[in-house]
Design a protein around this ligand. Structure first.
Ligand SMILES: NC(=O)c1ccc[n+]([C@@H]2O[C@H](COP(=O)([O-])OP(=O)(O)OC[C@H]3O[C@@H](n4cnc5c(N)ncnc54)[C@H](O)[C@@H]3O)[C@@H](O)[C@H]2O)c1
Length: 376
């Protein structure tokens, strides 16, 4: 205990890109949220490359750096285990963390297959532990505002959507194959790695899917492997999803790592009988909204105004950036752990998306036969 606030100890597995991102967020949560009901304490950092773990320990005050995640699970002062490792390792690490009674914050995708997802949902349901997956785009102020506008009926009867999510990082044929292009490590290519974010947003906005079909491509059949030798690429670089929803909408999602000139370009257009909403994540502070009676689109500033999560730092009028969604996502999880309340996006929601993804990887269209069960 420190002061009057209960302490929650955190152990992070994976000291790479997301290990750094999550560390930044845990450290900064108290700046963003005056209402944080607990004090976060960074206890342990694990990476199979222990030098990376040591660097985070030295720079950010973790008490323990290790290359064995079991060392974190054995610590009674660690309440939350944060999974920031390549996707193929998530299942074993989460199952062990839940068995050790730890709350789990897992980066997306939840795991590499449906069989794993089912095990994780079952284990989470059996446990008393709180769990959440890092579909952090839900927590951008503009995206949260989009959902509120949809709930208010701004579209009228919803008709269509178009989502695009573009990177350009696989355009270089000499880029060595990393784990995110390696099906064995990542579970697939851009469908499981990036389109999962888009599927989560479509689900978050419009509910369950009626059908999803996919076309996909691999731009270069071979890439240099870790030792410089050419290896076969199995993870797709580009997918086009054609989607219908149980609410009657139809739309597309095009997701790619081979779109020239792009950085982290997630855009959407949502249309209905009475209105439309447009968003471009590279311009994250504004929505474009059309409502009946207006001609064309009106710009709506959403900036850091975030009434749902009640962030008040640095102030509601200031512009946001990519980290803002992650801060709010981790705040959502920490608040749920403190209150012992279920958190969303949950393992079950992620498993539903994973079932759809797996159908597409197996070469089938998804035909709406799955229903998402309530977590309660
Ligand atoms: N939500 C987002 O915005 C977002 C963005 C990027 C990545 N991700 C997800 O975050 C996770 C991590 O991705 P990343 O980009 O940080 O990868 P990364 O390659 O940058 O980091 C992964 C780290 O895990 C370590 N590692 C590998 N195997 C390990 C093991 N068995 N035990 C412990 N450590 C191990 C590696 O040495 C590396 O330091 C993935 O699930 C990925 O899909 C999410």
């Amino acid at each position: 205990m420190s002061g009057t606030k209960k302490e929650l100890g955190v152990g992070i597995i994976g000291a790479g890109f997301m290990g750094h991102t999550h560390t930044y967020n845990y450290l900064n949560l108290p700046f963003f949220y005056d209402d944080l009901p607990v004090r976060i304490k960074l206890i342990g950092i694990c990476d199979t490359d222990v030098n990376k773990a040591n660097a985070l320990k030295d720079n950010f005050g973790f008490q323990l750096a290790t290359d064995r995640y079991q060392d974190l699970l054995a610590r009674p002062d660690i309440d939350i285990v944060d999974i920031s490792t390549p996707t193929t390792f998530h299942c074993e690490q989460i199952l062990d963390a839940l068995a050790a009674g730890k709350h789990v914050y897992a980066d997306k995708p939840l795991c590499a297959s449906v069989a794993e997802a089912e095990q994780l949902v079952a284990a989470a349901t059996r446990s008393d532990c709180i769990q959440q997956v890092a579909y952090h785009y839900r927590f951008y102020p503009a995206i949260a505002k989009t959902r509120r506008l949809l709930a208010e009926g701004v579209l009228g009867r919803p008709i269509s959507f178009r989502f695009t999510y573009y990177h350009s990082s696989n355009l270089d044929p000499n880029k060595p194959m990393g784990w995110k292009q390696d099906k064995a490590m990542g579970g697939g290519g851009v469908l499981i790695e990036m389109a999962c974010h888009v599927l989560d947003l479509i689900y978050h906005f419009f509910g369950e899917f009626e059908s999803v079909r996919m076309d996909s491509m691999i731009l270069y059949a071979q890439r240099p492997g870790p030792d410089g030798q050419s290896v076969k690429v199995e993870g797709e670089d580009h997918v086009l999803l054609t989607i219908t929803m149980k609410n009657g909408m139809m739309g597309t999602a095009e997701v790619s790592k081979v779109m020239a000139g792009t950085n982290d370009d997630l855009d959407y257009e949502l249309s209905g009988t009475a209105g439309a909403i447009r968003y471009a994540m590279m311009n994250p502070n504004f929505l474009q909204v059309h409502a009946t009676g207006n001609q064309g689109f009106t710009t709506m500033a959403t900036v850091n105004h975030d009434p749902e999560s009640k962030s008040n730092f640095p102030g509601p009028r200031f512009p946001i950036g990519w980290l803002r969604g992650h801060v709010a996502s981790q705040h959502n999880f920490v608040r749920a752990v403190a209150a012992r309340q279920p958190a969303s996006p949950s393992f079950r929601e992620s498993a539903y998306l994973q079932q759809i993804t797996q159908r597409l990887y197996d070469g089938h269209d998804y035909m709406g036969d799955l229903a998402l069960q309530d977590d309660s």
